[in-house]
Ligand binder design. Structure first.
Ligand SMILES: Cc1cc2nc3c(=O)[nH]c(=O)nc-3n(C[C@H](O)[C@H](O)[C@H](O)COP(=O)(O)OP(=O)(O)OC[C@H]3O[C@@H](n4cnc5c(N)ncnc54)[C@H](O)[C@@H]3O)c2cc1C
Length: 468
């Protein structure tokens, strides 16, 4: 075997396709059964792409510099400019290659128009994307094995030798690691988040938005094997999602996006943050952490009839009531405190011209915390409440790479072990997030890792042939 690819999501598939296209024999090992293949990539919707002029599904222009500035802003500078710019530049050429492997794109639907310029949407979402890649890979002769979780590697002098799936040893000339983050590993999340001042283990109440198979086994293995690491283990992308979502794989339909249209209270029926601070996606990216800091790691997004129709409706209807005391009872909140909290908020609202598409002038006065935009009294029945929990998207801890996506040991790049996707995204995205950049990093470095692995394998084959 020339190239072994470990993982079965976008980064792994991009690597496998590139290695195969370069002439290498390729085996891909996916931990999950076939029906759950594709990891978090199966939950995605779009990829962020730079472009200098309108292009197929993308309107206007999104130049390299603007993309870079966006990344700089969200990461607060915790990024490697060289690697980031490589990924950004590569994103302009993705779509032709993706189409060749059966991926289709579509214009964004209403509700996502604010990203029509920056993000290309996959027709049928990430599930259709990974299915297309698997089809193309199999057609090209990539061998795929499901139910094949790798639990350890054999590494000698910084070179990959073999991978182990239980008792089975699989040797290859080169290897690409693309096995995602450790977000599905609840024990590890517990350890990373620790215990709070109330004696709670907040991570026990987190939900995992994506696959259950990203247990971080190889991140931990590589860390213990002395690979150079990057990223803070306690950092993860975390959003507020429907508390009724399943523990794993709830995906994007568990999103609750009416926070800015009402108030959010904790289980003490108290508000705790400015619900009108900013637009989606900035708002989206901070509420997971805010809810994680509340007692019991739960929040309740409260709206009235005026808000209905102004946000993407969640899959499950909210708890509905004709009066505020009834809503409190149904949500299990203290009735008197809840009515007081909403009453105080209502009395503090200074209504101007409500405009949900701009940072409008509807705000509160004399209220702590303030609501700085879109503040309108919650006074029109029926009232609705949605319980919120922190939903983990992915973690940031990974392996350090260079421009060839090579794994490093003591500052030295391995010449046959490469890494792509979430396992190295922390090189570009040290913290924060901007929609669609996960797939940019995975596609850019998946392709680089695959090409490099093929090169390493085919060169080592040539060296061996010459030696004999
Ligand atoms: C709900 C949701 C929506 C998202 N939406 C977007 C979006 O629209 N755009 C965007 O850019 N990003 C989005 N993201 C982030 C995006 O999913 C990731 O950045 C990207 O999918 C990472 O790709 P990956 O291939 O590295 O990991 P994954 O797609 O998670 O793949 C990892 C693979 O490795 C396998 N695996 C794990 N351990 C092992 C092992 N030991 N042995 C063998 N295989 C193993 C898993 O089964 C899985 O197939 C979203 C994430 C979630 C959870």
């Amino acid at each position: 075997m020339d190239v072994l690819v470990i993982g079965g999501g976008n980064a792994a598939l991009c690597a496998a396709l590139m290695a195969r296209e370069a002439g290498a024999s390729v085996l891909l090992l996916e931990a999950s059964p076939r029906e759950w293949r594709g990891g978090n990539s199966a939950h995605t919707r779009n990829v962020r792409c730079m472009h200098d002029a309108p292009q197929d599904v993308l309107v206007e222009a999104y130049p390299e510099e603007e993309y870079w500035q966006d990344l700089l802003k969200v990461t607060g500078g915790i990024t490697d400019e060289k690697l980031a710019r490589m990924a950004i530049r590569a994103s302009s050429g993705f779509r032709d290659w993706m189409r060749r492997h059966g991926v289709h794109f579509q214009p964004p639907l209403s509700g996502a128009l604010h990203v029509a310029r920056t993000n290309a949407f996959f027709m049928g979402g990430g599930k259709a994307l990974v299915n297309a890649y698997y089809r193309s890979a199999e057609k090209l002769g990539v061998q795929v094995r499901y139910d094949a979780p790798v639990d350890r590697l054999e590494i000698k002098d910084g070179r990959f030798v073999a991978a182990w799936v239980g008792d089975e040893r699989i040797a290859a000339q080169a290897c690409v690691l693309a096995a995602g983050g450790f977000e599905s590993n609840r024990e590890w999340l517990r350890e990373a988040w620790g215990q709070n001042e109330r004696g709670e283990w907040p991570a026990d109440n987190f939900l995992i938005r994506g696959t259950r198979f990203n247990q971080g086994v190889l991140i931990r293995f590589m860390r213990d094997a002395g690979a150079d690491m990057i990223g803070d283990p306690s950092q993860s992308h975390c959003v507020a999602i429907d508390a009724r979502a399943p523990l794993y794989d709830g995906g994007i339909c568990t999103r609750i996006d009416c926070v800015s249209l009402g108030v959010v209270v904790n289980n003490q029926a108290q508000r705790f943050y400015d619900e009108g601070e900013d637009f989606w996606p900035k708002r989206y990216a901070i509420w997971g952490r805010l809810v994680a800091q509340q007692p019991g790691q739960i929040g309740y997004s409260i709206i009235d009839a005026k808000a209905v129709g102004r946000f993407m409706p969640p899959v499950f209807p909210g708890v509905k009531a004709d009066t505020l005391p009834e809503l409190a009872r149904k949500l299990g909140l203290d009735e008197a405190i809840f009515v007081q909290t909403v009453g105080d908020y209502n009395a503090a609202c200074r209504e101007g011209t409500f405009d949900h598409t701009a940072l409008d002038d509807c705000h509160t006065e004399g209220l702590t915390p303030a609501k700085t935009h879109w503040a309108r009294p919650i006074d029109t029945a029926p009232f609705y409440g949605y319980a919120l929990r922190p939903g983990i998207t992915f973690t940031y801890l990974g392996l350090k790479v260079n421009e060839h996506a090579a794994v490093h040991f003591g500052g030295q790049p391995s010449d046959n072990l490469f890494v792509a996707g979430e396992m190295m995204a922390g090189n570009v995205l040290g913290k924060g997030y901007t929609a669609g950049v996960g797939m940019t990093i995975g596609t850019a470095f998946g392709r680089i890792a695959g090409a490099q692995a093929a090169k390493a394998a085919l060169n080592s084959g040539a060296t061996h042939a010459a030696a004999h």
